[in-house]
Design a protein around this ligand. Sequence first.
Ligand SMILES: [Zn+2]
Length: 153
Amino acid sequence: MTDVLTTEQRRRNMASIRDRDTRPEMVVRSMIHGMGYRYRLHRKGLPGKPDIVFPRLRKVIFVHGCFWHMHDCRYGKVTPATNSDFWHKKRTGNVERDRKNIAALKAQGREVLVLWECWTRDPKMIARQIADFLPPRRYSCKTPVPAPFAAKR
Ligand SMILES: [Zn+2]
């Protein structure tokens, strides 16, 4: 009985940890916003519901929690002492799903960037990743066409 309660509790904890507005995701979002890009959140209908979507650019970003998605870092390598089989199944299931989702997105002609939670502790490294992934800001559709060129059209 204690086991059942514990599992239920864990399930709920997990649900709240995986809530959309996680801290790492907020860090990435505010950085992208600060760099002047427009994006959409959690586009339904895309494999894996990517956290951040650039529809015109056909690019998506996932912000992955190191533990849940088994990043190759000290947070991702943690093995819980209790219920380790349960966690192992859960996490390897996530990794497998991630692999399939990313493959499906690429098959649709989308580019995928995965940013890891532990990287968000290093804003410069995140900024570099984003800058490499997205086209230079000046080519964005949001940029107004300069007046002399607009007039010639
Ligand atoms: Zn990590």
